[in-house]
Design a protein around this ligand. Structure first.
Ligand SMILES: NC(=O)c1ccc[n+]([C@@H]2O[C@H](COP(=O)([O-])OP(=O)(O)OC[C@H]3O[C@@H](n4cnc5c(N)ncnc54)[C@H](OP(=O)(O)O)[C@@H]3O)[C@@H](O)[C@H]2O)c1
Length: 254
């Protein structure tokens, strides 16, 4: 295996901890810092969908490290608490809103009114957390179809919605009027490059970023863990499994 495919393991971590952040940490890093023109800057607000999830838990911490202000979205009190403990400025409870999904046709006045009312209320929830009328300069997206219209709506003028997944569906509707009139950007982002991996590993190694290992099972648990992910019932953070490992919690090779 070449150096390109291997990365140094942060010494302070167990092997499971070291494995668990390798997809989500660098992917969130590229979303936040990999797109010139909209690289997250100190003082900016970043909206993070699924703040208690794998990407979200990394993104909250990375946003704080950059001196910016993470606002998380979550669907339970327990997840909201997890986000706050990681450094979120506040958490929006998405279950309090019902305007999710694809946009209605623009000629459907009642449908568009329902969407705008919900999206405005969602934006107001962000303002209430901040105590100012500041909007997110970057929206970290992965939920896709159900949330993209709201992400595009609440994103600040000249800001960016950066998306790496579509777990609620792949048809993300965009009201183009908001896109061009407010000079917003919709940016696709996938995984990360070698340098970005190493930057994240350095932050983890320095103890500035936590891997957020929430569960560690064996290969027999892979099916169960996938099912929990599918049903959105998994614990907050990142999960891992041991394969052929003889002991748990070790920081050294057996
Ligand atoms: N392209 C890439 O490089 C890349 C890399 C990593 C991940 N991804 C993709 O990104 C997505 C998220 O990955 P992850 O590891 O962060 O998953 P995760 O740990 O399951 O977190 C996803 C979060 O999304 C939230 N969520 C679930 N249903 C939602 C809905 N209807 N509306 C809004 N939020 C909802 C959940 O939080 P609440 O229920 O608390 O809101 C959950 O914590 C997946 O689709 C994954 O495939 C892509």
């Amino acid at each position: 295996m070449s150096d390109f495919q291997c990365h140094p393991k942060p010494k302070r971590l167990t092997w499971a901890e070291a494995a668990c952040f390798m997809v989500t940490g660098p992917t969130a890093y590229r979303q936040l810092f990999g797109w010139p023109g909209n690289v997250v800057k100190p003082g900016e607000v970043v909206l993070i969908w699924g703040g208690a999830g794998g990407l979200g838990s990394m993104a909250i911490q990375l946003t704080r490290i950059a001196g910016a202000i993470p606002i998380a979205v979550a669907s339970t009190d327990e997840r909201a608490k997890f986000c706050l403990e990681l450094g979120a400025e506040g958490v929006v409870d998405r279950t309090k809103f019902d305007h999710w999904g694809r946009l209605p046709d623009t000629t459907d006045e009642a449908g568009m009114n329902h969407f705008h009312k919900g999206a405005r209320a969602f934006g107001k929830a962000i303002w209430e957390i901040l105590g100012t009328r500041q909007l997110p300069k970057v929206v970290l997206e992965h939920s896709g179809q159900d949330t993209l219209p709201t992400s595009m709506y609440v994103c600040d003028n000249g800001g960016m919605v950066v998306i790496c997944g579509g777990s609620t569906g792949y048809n993300g509707d965009v009201d183009l009027r908001h896109l061009w009139m407010r000079s917003k950007r919709l940016q696709g982002s996938h995984a990360s490059n070698f340098r970005e991996y190493r930057e994240v590993i350095k932050l983890i190694d320095a103890g500035l970023l936590q891997p957020c290992l929430s569960a560690c099972g064996t290969i027999e648990d892979v099916g169960l863990y996938h099912q929990l992910l599918h049903e959105n019932l998994h614990p907050s953070g990142n999960m891992a499994v041991h394969i052929n490992a003889t002991e748990s919690g070790s920081t050294e090779l057996a």
